[in-house]
Write a protein that binds this ligand. Structure first.
Ligand SMILES: CC(C)(COP(=O)(O)OP(=O)(O)OC[C@H]1O[C@@H](n2cnc3c(N)ncnc32)[C@H](O)[C@@H]1OP(=O)(O)O)[C@@H](O)C(=O)NCCC(=O)NCCS
Length: 145
């Protein structure tokens, strides 16, 4: 898909980012105080809106906290825009802009759509980590730049 780009989120975008997160999982959004995570990522300039033309369709939080490697902390795309290649294109843009040798990410074992999207984008399986989440292991992936 063409015309997909990332724009650094500012404090003015906090509500729209929070809406994407709330829509994905209302209970977790509230229970885990995700607004604090979003606010912090925006103030650290680590939160990016995903745009198709001028339309916001999701967001991604990207930083270097994982052993100084690029780290996709969270990506959420609005349900209406999923499976159209937006996730894959977002991974490509992140790789192009990353200052590290590799980009890593992880997701819960149960989040199969993320695992499929990563596999399709040629990310390599890096291993599973048990104990973080009682709901199942965390699955790690990476891609060379
Ligand atoms: C995970 C996510 C970011 C992927 O973004 P996306 O834009 O849908 O990804 P793509 O369109 O690039 O998908 C690429 C491939 O992934 C696979 N895939 C994605 N979602 C799938 C689904 N629901 N069922 C089966 N395969 C799926 C397919 O192989 C797809 O390619 P195809 O449509 O040509 O078959 C998006 O689904 C999302 O926001 N999910 C909810 C939030 C989430 O789980 N985030 C990850 C946790 S950090």
């Amino acid at each position: 898909m063409e015309n997909i780009r990332l724009r650094k989120a500012t404090s003015k975008d906090r509500a729209i980012v929070a809406d994407f997160d709330y829509s994905l999982d209302k209970d977790e959004h509230i229970k885990l105080h995700r607004i604090e995570k979003i606010t912090k990522a925006i103030s650290n300039e680590e939160c990016f809106l995903i745009l198709i033309d001028k339309q916001e369709v999701g967001f991604v939080i990207f930083d270097y906290r994982f052993f100084d490697q690029g780290w996709i902390e969270l990506i959420i795309i609005d349900e209406k825009y999923r499976r159209k290649g937006v996730g894959g294109k977002t991974f490509d843009i992140i790789r192009e802009q990353s200052k590290s040798d590799k980009v890593f990410t992880s997701t819960n074992n149960s989040t199969t759509q993320m695992q499929r999207a990563l596999t399709k984008a040629n990310f390599t399986f890096a291993g599973k980590l048990y104990g973080l989440d009682e709901g199942g292991p965390e699955v790690f992936y990476y891609k060379n730049i």
